[in-house]
Design a protein around this ligand. Structure first.
Ligand code: DOR
Ligand code: ZN
Length: 347
């Protein structure tokens, strides 16, 4: 197949950041996604409905002229989040909250230190039909970084899903066969997002021949058997897995650094890269479900009305992009050839 038309997709996990960075990140995503679930780990984080509303207005102001792109806002759970915060968020139309174990990733220092104390918040989420979005890694210093997702399943996710059997939960950016198997064997209220980097790369792409800071993200890339398991699970077309890029911009100087930040800025090529992956897997017929249906259905929002057409034509990703503040950022897969290209968008 050399051309494919799918319903306009949604990116159900990304990081826009804030202020002048929005001038870069919002157009990059609005070019081909109908909606996006916007992660709340800004500085300061988005902790309540009023903060989410103000952040949403800043995002809307950064949309290109004529764009119908819709940001879907989330809250950042802290040890101080209350059931009343959740009820208020539900009333304001907020669909989901994000659970970061404190210290797990970028700007997660103010997040949850005691997951066991979250009971009233999780009950309020269940009662208000809101989703819990989970960064699934333990943070215990003695647990090897490559085992942190698996440990989280055993220590945390298993018990939470048993205790709150009706809670809708998205296991975000899964990286292991263990996570894919957990989601497959769980009830219909448990789903997962998968990023382009975890489908395209494994830890060799991070470490062989030198450290490649632009492939560093969290959860960290795993061994190739896990990459293979993720590729197999998306190729099945299971509706428990959907598109979430985790596009996460950091300036070049913050990535190429003695203590480099985690995150791949993939927004300018994510849809094209996912299309390439499904093509490689011989599963282009499963792309639309993954990109445009499964996530919307899981969130309980209508599928988008528009469509996007991609053609098999190669193009080269830029080596660098200049941010609104004048500083450079290196996009994910910078300088690489991408085999699929967006031909037209009907929205
Ligand atoms: O690689 C990542 N970058 N993983 C995360 O969990 C957060 C994100 C960011 O905000 O930079
Ligand atoms: Zn993320």
């Amino acid at each position: 197949m050399n051309e494919i038309t799918i319903t306009l997709p949604d990116d159900l996990h990304l990081h826009f950041r804030d202020d002048d960075m929005l001038g870069e990140t919002v157009p990059a995503t609005a070019r081909c996604f109908g909606r996006a679930i916007v992660m709340p780990n800004t500085v300061p984080p988005v902790r309540n409905a009023a903060e989410a509303q103000r952040y949403k207005e800043r995002i809307l102001a950064a949309r290109p002229a004529g764009s119908n792109f819709e940001p879907l806002m989330t809250l950042y759970l802290t040890d101080r989040t209350t059931a009343a915060d959740i009820a208020e968020a539900a009333k304001a139309g907020i669909k989901a909250v994000k659970l970061y174990p404190a210290g797990a990733t970028t700007n997660s220092d103010a997040a949850v230190t005691n997951i066991d104390a979250l009971g009233p918040v999780l009950e309020a989420l269940e009662a208000n039909n809101m989703l819990l979005l989970v960064h699934g890694e333990v943070t215990d210093a003695h647990i090897d970084i490559f085992d942190r997702e698996k440990e989280f399943i055993d220590q945390r996710l298993g018990p939470i899903t048993q205790r709150y059997p009706n809670l809708k939960l998205v296991f975000e950016h899964i990286t292991t066969k263990d996570a894919a198997d957990f989601v497959l064997s769980a009830g219909a209220n448990i789903a997962a997002t998968i990023t382009p980097q975890h489908l395209l790369l494994n830890r060799n792409d991070l470490l062989v021949g030198g450290v490649r800071p632009h492939n560093f993200c969290l959860p960290v890339l795993k061994r190739n058997t896990h990459q293979q398991a993720l590729r197999e699970v998306v190729a099945t077309g299971s509706n428990k897995f959907f598109l979430g890029t985790d596009s996460a911009p950091h300036e070049q100087s913050k990535k190429e650094n003695a203590c480099g930040c985690a995150g791949c800025y993939s927004a300018w090529a994510a849809l094209e890269l996912y299309t390439q992956i499904f093509d490689d897997l011989g599963a282009l017929d499963k792309l639309e479900g993954f990109a445009s249906f499964h996530g919307a259905d899981f969130y309980g929002i209508p599928r988008n009305k528009g469509s996007v057409t991609l053609i098999k034509e190669s193009w080269t990703l830029p080596e660098s992009i200049t941010l609104p503040n004048g500083r450079p950022i290196i996009p994910f897969m910078a300088g690489s050839e991408v085999e699929w290209k967006i031909k037209s968008i009907n929205n």
